[in-house]
Structure formats: C-alpha cells, structure tokens
Design a protein. Structure first.
Length: 313
C-alpha cells in the first residue's frame, strides 16, 4: 500500500502532523533520520515523501541528519518519487547565505549581509558593516546564536575571549540590525506553495522565535503590570502584502511546497525578509483563536498528493 513518508529528526515537532494524518485516515510512515542507511542499489518504496529536516538538528544531537537526508532525497528523486521539499529546499534550509541570494532573484529585499570564515575575517567584515549589526549562524534555527553588537570593538572583544559560538558549518554571518519600532516580526506561512496566514511574533525578549509548542516561550507581560498581556504569537486577520505573490513565486522556483518566511519592517517602512523555514511549525494557541490549523492543512495537502500519485500509476 502506498503511503506518506515523513522525513525528519524531531519527534515533538512532527507529532501534530502525524496526529492530523491519523484523523484523515491517511496511511503514513515516520522516517526519523538521525542516523540510518540509504540502500542506493535498491528501489525506494512507492508513495509521497515529505521532507521536514531542520537546520537546527545539531542542537538536538543530530549532527549529520541533514547530510543523511540529502542522500535519501537524492535517492528518491533519482527514482522519480513524489518528493515535497526536496533537495533544493534542503539546500536552502541549511544555508541562510543561499536563501538570501535566492530571495533577491525575486526582487525581495534582504538585510545587508556578509558571510565570513575565520575569526580575523569576521572582524574584517565587521569594519565595513553599518552599526549596529548582528552575528548569526549560516546554518542554524530558532534564532540561536544571534547577538547584537553596537561597535566593532565589542565584537573583537568577544572573538578574542572565545565567546562567539561558531556556526556548525563554519560560516558566520554579519548582518545589519533592523530596528522594528513595534518589536515584532511577521511570519508568512505557506501550504502547498500558497499563502495560508501571517502571524505576528513579539521579539521584545529576544530572537528565539520558534512557534512550535515544543519551543514555547511564555506570553510576555509588561514589567510594570499596567498594560494588557501581549501574546507571543498572534495570527493577523486579513493580512495582505505585495510580498506574498513574490514569496509564492520564490517557493515555486525553488520547489518548496511548505514553508514559513519571516520579515521585519523598520522605522522607514522598509520590509526586509531574513529567514526561510522549510520545516515550518505552528503555534497552537494562536491557531485556536484564528480557527485555522497549519498541520491539518498540510495533512490535507499530503492526502491529495497521495491520491494523485496512486491514480497516475
């Protein structure tokens, strides 16, 4: 029997999708790719394969999961299997530098960014970067390792003291700091390449912005207690932007079926896109208020793909 195969390395993030597939009576198999083998001389099973590999897998002890996933995806694609978020999506997932170049091809503004390898080169790059700037990992997730600097000297001190956490792929990014007056970013979610909704994310307490329940950060409160509670994640009713069409074209051009794309707007009203998440997650509380559930929508899309695959054979 043909089925859906979910390729991933994080059980907690994947559980809501598997539950949604069960409710729809869609047959599936869970492929956890922390480690394993790829039988290149064998023919892969029939079915639909959905890749949810994460750039932050190393932070959970799954250092080589993306590399294993790449081998699996190449195997599947060479046998013309239906693969969603395939090798191109994985390539962009694990390289923010690659993301930015791909986004720019579609006229999407990204923050000024320089990639550097080596401590001395990082400092050299900082000398020509507008202040303030941030460091970030080329291969990362959840905003881990992001740090703001208001001077080159501050970066030098951190580098010399060995306090800069290196990127797992060795490539560090220096990026202009975008100051959003609202202390929020907007994350646009796409299912089957089409816009589903946008969620506003409160950034007032830092850059760790994963919406999944497994990464949950408690709702933020005003320190004085004089203002109403501000939710960390809020879906924006009726959100519209000319960027949505550009995002959809970008996703289609890069064979990405499911993604969350993050943007930030500065005090001049300029919007910059700074991250593409091809293993997107959703916030349950925000979706309960809004009435749309991302994992359910993905499950429906996967069911449709499975039906199409079965009738074409």
């Amino acid at each position: 029997m043909e089925k859906i195969y979910i390729l991933h390395e994080n059980d907690e993030w994947t559980k809501p999708l598997l539950e949604a597939l069960e409710k729809l009576n869609v047959p599936f198999e869970d492929w956890h790719l922390h480690e394993g083998i790829v039988p290149l001389d064998e023919v892969p099973p029939e079915g639909v394969f959905y890749n949810r590999m994460s750039a932050s897998s190393h932070s959970r002890g799954h250092r080589y999961a993306p590399e294993l996933t790449e081998a699996v995806l190449n195997w599947l694609e060479s046998h013309n299997r239906t693969v969603l978020n395939g090798t191109r999506a994985l390539y962009l997932e694990v390289s923010k530098a690659a993301q930015y170049e791909a986004l720019k091809k579609h006229g999407i503004a990204v923050p000024k960014t320089t990639a550097a390898v080596g401590a001395s080169q990082l400092i050299k790059a900082a000398e020509s970067m507008p202040l303030p700037f941030i460091t970030k990992h080329n291969r990362a997730g959840k905003g881990l390792g992001v740090e703001r600097f208001d001077s080159v000297e501050a970066l030098k001190n951190k580098v010399n003291d060995g306090e800069i956490e290196p990127s797992i792929d060795g490539v560090m990014l220096l990026q202009q700091f975008i100051d959003a007056p609202s202390s929020t970013i907007t994350r646009c979610e796409f299912v089957d390449g089409k816009f589903m909704y946008a969620v506003q994310v409160d950034t007032s307490e830092g850059f760790e912005l994963c919406p999944a329940d497994a990464c949950r950060i408690e709702d933020q409160f005003c320190p004085t207690g004089t203002e109403e509670t501000r939710a960390k994640f809020e879906i924006i009713p009726g959100f519209d932007s000319p960027l949505i069409r550009k995002y959809e074209a970008f996703l289609q051009d890069n064979d990405i079926s499911f993604a969350g794309i993050e943007q930030i707007t500065d005090s001049d009203g300029t919007t910059y896109t700074y991250d593409v998440n091809t293993n997107t997650n959703y916030n349950a509380e925000a979706e309960e208020v809004y009435g749309t559930y991302g994992m359910q929508e993905i499950a429906k899309a996967l069911k449709t793909y499975l039906h199409r695959a079965s009738i074409t054979r």
